[in-house]
Design a protein around this ligand. Sequence first.
Ligand SMILES: [Zn+2]
Length: 240
Amino acid sequence: MSPIEFVEEAERLGCEGTSISFNEPTLMLEWSIDVFREARRRGLYNTFVSNGYMTLKAAELLVEAGLDAINIDVKGGREATKRYCGADVDKVWRNAEFFHRRGVHVEITVLVIPGVNDDEKQLREICQLHREKLGEDTPIHFNRYYPAYKFHAPPTPLSTLEKAKGIALEEGLRYVYLGNVMVKEYMNTYCHNCGFLVVERDVFSVVNHFLDEGNTCPKCGAKIPIVGEVKVSRRGYMWL
Ligand SMILES: [Zn+2]
């Protein structure tokens, strides 16, 4: 499908934006850039779900083409990323920081795998780098792993994900989510100041939000800076 056909299909289906995901989208950089340019011209937003492993030149091209938001999967601490991916995770953090500074909405996801990246030292290293590079308001997700293909470690215990969340909160991160666990409380957004439920989610959709004007908490008035404008899509779903 050509970039133009892709964007036309998105419009025909009533989509509000594009997302390039599942296979590492950096492998289709030129195609992605063409999609983003055309989608932005037509008023759609653009997102990338990526391992964040690219040159700064590639990152710059994506921003120029109209990237609005990126989720970056951090595979682990420095050692585990080197060992399992043969990659330098500092380049991933460098790129995350670059996108953040350029005004792209950034979220970080960590697939927590038993025996690979679930030890306290490594989780703390990730949370500290997250805070240093992206600040306390950038959301972080700890996702549950399930065995697949040649990897046979058991699924991540919920207690491990809760431990990761506890470390993130200790390190001062304000928006911490647990994924692949299908527990609504872990997907919702709560006010970092008073704990009031401000955004209620159900898997991929926002089902309700209780933010006051200016995206402030209705209970204590704290600013909730993770959300942009509240929009209601043509299908009636809200996205934030
Ligand atoms: Zn509050």
